[in-house]
Design a protein around this ligand. Sequence first.
Ligand code: FMN
Ligand code: ADP
Length: 304
Amino acid sequence: MVTIGVFDGVHRGHAQLIAAATKAAAERGVPAVLMTFDPHPSEVVRPGTHPPQLSSLRRRAELAEELGIDVFCVIPFNLTLSAQSPEDFVHSVLVEELHTAEVVVGDNFTFGHKAAGDVPKLRELGERFGFEVTGISLFGEHAVTYSSTYIRSCIAAGDVELAAEALGRPHRVEGVVVHGERRGRDLGYPTANVAPPPHAAIPGDGVYAAWFSVLDSATEPDGIVLGQRYPAAVSVGTNPTFSGRNRTVEAYVIDVNADFYGQHVAVDFVARLRGMEPFDSVDALIAEMGNDVERTRTILDSDG
Ligand SMILES: Cc1cc2nc3c(=O)[nH]c(=O)nc-3n(C[C@H](O)[C@H](O)[C@H](O)COP(=O)(O)O)c2cc1C
Ligand SMILES: Nc1ncnc2c1ncn2[C@@H]1O[C@H](COP(=O)(O)OP(=O)(O)O)[C@@H](O)[C@H]1O
């Protein structure tokens, strides 16, 4: 039993598809296989068009496993694969490699050269090669169909609450903590500057309440439990008060004093507090940061 797609974000629509796939696998007594592609097909077909990425491959694998997928299979996407006809793709990958008994996909699934294959085409090929095809209707709420594209636009607009509703969890930005301008400490708010991987979907400039966690580490920071979430007030932007140029993601971890440099960390964006502002004075910025921290405490207290 195979389900196929990019599955970026593993959102609630994906979760429904995966639920149908794992159920079908259990009924047949076969492993539930999720087949995905890397790099993103659009980057291969039209270089320079990589969409902002909601989740790393590793994170997608973790989330798929939590949802009951047995085998997470990554097909290296390249021009040769993109040039395959729908028939060749199905024959070489689904039939010869995986001996698929059933394929579960979303109703909008397309495959093969120029996305010429669709669900009816897959059904036709299923009849020819002897596998069943289940098409799942797309899931949404409040008059929107949940999709990776929709969630990317929520995140770009800074609406992390809407993104979280569609994802079923807050949007996560992962990265390594790097050195910044060494200003935070003097302001009274040291910030862990998170350097995300290329293409990561970063919320629009602003200040956010978020959960911060250290993911894995050779030397865990003093007083920090790996994987545990800590409340943080997070700034995304160029620090216009200081006429900064680089866009940074910086987390002030509340009530914590630890050395985060070099750590692999995650920031889970829960709520947007305000926009990024150029303040007239450093004191005005510090006062506003104090407000941000108090609001973050309140929001995350009720978030559990
Ligand atoms: C909660 C919070 C809110 C912030 N809001 C702003 C802001 O509105 N305007 C701004 O210029 N910088 C803002 N910053 C960023 C600070 O300017 C930045 O953290 C400080 O310059 C330290 O930079 P450094 O980490 O490179 O040393 C904010 C930072 C935090 C943690
Ligand atoms: N509560 C905290 N939240 C974030 N970072 C902290 C905290 N306490 C100590 N730190 C440490 O301070 C560093 C940030 O200090 P800062 O003065 O902002 O310098 P820079 O931005 O140049 O790294 C973080 O990378 C981390 O190692």
